[in-house]
Design a protein around this ligand. Structure first.
Ligand code: PHE
Length: 449
């Protein structure tokens, strides 16, 4: 199926780096810690890891297999097997739209913080960090300009296509990011007063778990693994027929989870050591880290390195958010890549302006009690991704058929996939869709624990 001259990745490492580049991003370092802080600390962490294992990896394999088999991106992949399911692909496209519009705003923040780190944060008092953050994100102009810059770079790379663009830029930054996070974790863990943060992060208190926090954990699994909106499916469609899907689909989620876990080790000891509030929401990483850099020898070098790497991590994820939207316009509406990238990028940018302003001059405008920025974050992450992830699992298991999917995942049975039968007969068929449904219904109050 699919056209003969479709682009592919140059190598297995190319796919792993691109998929890891998609997965590892602001979701790991900015979104994950703030959700842990808001929704129960260690109990949330535990549920998150559990969901990664029994839902995340399972759905990851399904998306890669579906993409590679159909050689189509999100909507086309469903259509190729059963046209009436195309709307499921569209949910993903809409989610991608919404996510990228606020994601790019946060990407812009990383640029500002990079330059601010070079100058040196030098806070005498940690509360100065909170003031800097609050002042910056509510400014009517600067964050919007940096959002424009971030979105412009994303558009430029996607415009250049798969191998020259996506693969090349994804190959460089992962190891570097890893090293810097480990150094920061050591600094944070040795701060006086950090133990309370470690306990908050690692000692579970299950009384803090609610339906809503389960949903947030589930949504974060999809968000962090880039599932439920076609990023991984589309990257799967560029994967070679010889590659080992079960292997790459396990390695990437493990890497992603490790980075998120380390980010928590950096942030929580510092939150408690400096007397910040763990439940403060989206400012958590941006408020806490500069306070750590202020107290580190060579803090401006580490700070600048960190925010630069965070910027790159955000960029490789942003590319993977734009690519399915562009691929959709190319495949389903016969647009040229150039036109699709520019026009879709411009629309997303425009929505992002509203998201940025909603942290400042437009904060009076709320939807469901949230400003526009938080609304986009919540609806796309907690509702659209799990719903489309659940429908994708059902589609792969029951419409395409999990036997057929297993055949694709194992290259016609030539690859060793030790838990392949468990995956095909139990996990993708029952466990993943039913669990997602239960969590979803419990969070909206229909099912009670
Ligand atoms: N996984 C990315 C992150 O954690 C965000 C993302 C979500 C990318 C969905 C693509 C699709 O930052």
């Amino acid at each position: 199926m699919g056209e003969q001259n479709r682009e592919t990745f140059g190598s297995r490492m190319g796919f792993i780096f691109a998929a890891a580049g998609s997965a590892v991003g602001l979701g790991n370092i900015w979104r994950f810690p703030y959700l842990v802080g808001m929704y129960g600390g260690a109990a949330f962490l535990l549920i998150y890891v559990l969901f990664i294992l029994i839902i995340g990896i399972v759905c990851f394999i399904a998306e890669v297999s579906l993409g590679r088999y159909t050689k189509q991106s999100n909507v086309g992949a469903f259509k190729a097997i059963k046209p009436s399911w195309a709307p499921v692909g569209l949910i993903g496209i809409i989610a991608g739209f919404m996510i990228l519009s606020f994601y790019s705003v946060v990407g812009g923040w990383t640029i500002y913080y990079f330059f601010r780190a070079i100058v040196g944060f030098g806070f005498a008092d940690p509360s100065a960090s909170a003031n800097l953050f609050g002042g910056f994100i509510s400014h009517p102009l600067y964050p919007v300009l940096l959002h424009a810059l971030f979105m412009g770079i994303t558009i430029w790379i996607v415009y250049k296509g798969v191998q020259d663009g996506i693969e090349k830029y994804s190959n460089i930054m992962m190891p570097a990011l890893f090293v810097v996070i480990i150094i920061l974790a050591i600094r944070s863990l040795t701060l006086p007063g950090g133990e309370a943060g470690l306990a908050f992060y690692l000692k579970p208190d299950f009384s803090k778990l609610t339906g809503e926090s389960l949903l947030a954990a589930l949504g974060q699994v999809f968000f962090s693994l880039s599932l439920g909106m076609g990023s991984i499916l589309t990257y799967g469609s560029y994967l070679n027929k010889q590659e080992n899907i079960p292997f790459v689909s396990t390695v990437v989620p493990i890497m992603d989870t490790l980075v998120a876990f380390l980010a928590g080790l950096v942030i929580f000891p510092a939150v408690f050591a400096y007397g910040f509030e763990p439940g403060q929401g989206g400012g958590l990483a941006f408020v806490t880290l500069p306070a750590v850099f202020s107290e580190m020898p060579a803090g401006n070098i580490f700070g600048a390195a960190f925010f630069f790497l965070l910027f790159l991590a955000a960029l490789t994820s942003a590319i993977s958010l734009l690519e399915p939207v562009v691929a959709y316009m190319i495949e389903e509406h016969a647009w040229e890549r150039k036109k699709a990238t520019l026009i879709m990028g411009a629309i997303i940018f425009t929505v992002g302006i509203a998201a940025s302003l909603s942290n400042g001059i437009w904060s009076g405008f709320t939807l469901a009690g949230k400003n526009f920025f938080d609304f986009l974050d919540y609806v796309s992450g907690n509702i659209l991704l799990p719903v489309s992830g659940m429908l994708t699992a059902i589609f792969v298991a029951w419409v395409w058929g999990s036997k057929n999917a297993l055949k694709e995942a194992t290259n016609d049975g030539t690859i060793n996939f030790s838990w392949g039968n468990l995956w095909a007969n139990v996990l993708i068929k029952y466990v993943a869709p039913i669990l997602i449904a239960i969590v979803f219904l419990s969070s909206v109050g229909i099912v009670k624990f």
